[in-house]
Design a protein around this ligand. Structure first.
Ligand SMILES: [Zn+2]
Length: 175
C-alpha cells in the first residue's frame, strides 16, 4: 500500500510534509508515520530534532543591519565603479584600510614612541597618522564616511598600541 510506511527511508521522506504542512498528508499516512516513530527511536529522535530546529527558527529574528550599511555599501560601490587605474597612493590607501594592522605595528609603535617622547604623552594630532589619499572626484557622503573610517582605525590602532605598552609596563611615561 502506498499509505504504509515500511522503512525509515519511507518515514523520513515524509518529514518535510509532516513539519511544514501535515494536512497535506492523508490521515492513513499520518497514522502510519506515528506508528513507525512510536517503535523506531532513530526516526523519533530525528523528528524531535527537526521540530526543535524549526521552533528555534520561528523564534529567531533576523538582526537589522546598521542604518549606515546601505549608505556605506553604495558609496563604496560607486567609488569602485568610478575608480581609475590604481596608482601608488591608492595601493597605499588600500593597504592601510584593509591590512590587519599587524604588519604596521612595528612602524607605528616606533612612530608613537617618538610622539610620546616629544609630546610628553599628549596625543593631540594623532589622527594625522593616516595620510589622505590622492584627491579624486568623490561624493561628500563618501568623504565623510572615509573620515569616519580613518578615525575609527586610528582609534583602534591606538587601543592596540596602548594594550601592548600596558604589557611592557614602562613604555608609558609617568609625569
Ligand atoms: Zn525509522
Amino acid at each position: 500500500m502506498k499509505n504504509q510506511i515500511r522503512s525509515c527511508t519511507d518515514c523520513q521522506a515524509r518529514f518535510a510534509d509532516l513539519l511544514l504542512d501535515s494536512t497535506s498528508l492523508p490521515a492513513p499516512v499520518q497514522d502510519s508515520l506515528r506508528a513507525h516513530m512510536s517503535t523506531c527511536t532513530a526516526c523519533d529522535s530525528t523528528m524531535k530534532d527537526l521540530q526543535a530546529t524549526f521552533a528555534a527558527m520561528d523564534d529567531w529574528t533576523v538582526p537589522e543591519p546598521s542604518p549606515f550599511f546601505d549608505t556605506r555599501l553604495h558609496a563604496r560601490l560607486r567609488e569602485e565603479q568610478a575608480r581609475q587605474p590604481e596608482g601608488f597612493l591608492e595601493r597605499v590607501r588600500s593597504f592601510l584600510l584593509f591590512s590587519t594592522g599587524r604588519q604596521l605595528r612595528p612602524a607605528v609603535a616606533g612612530a608613537l614612541a617618538l610622539v610620546l617622547v616629544a609630546s610628553g604623552g599628549s596625543f593631540v594630532g594623532i589622527h594625522g597618522l593616516h595620510p589622505e589619499a590622492a584627491p579624486t572626484h568623490t561624493s561628500a557622503t563618501f568623504e565623510d564616511l572615509r573620515v569616519l573610517d580613518n578615525n575609527a582605525q586610528a582609534l583602534q590602532q591606538m587601543d592596540q598600541l596602548l594594550d601592548d605598552s600596558g604589557d611592557d609596563g614602562d613604555a608609558t611615561p609617568t609625569t
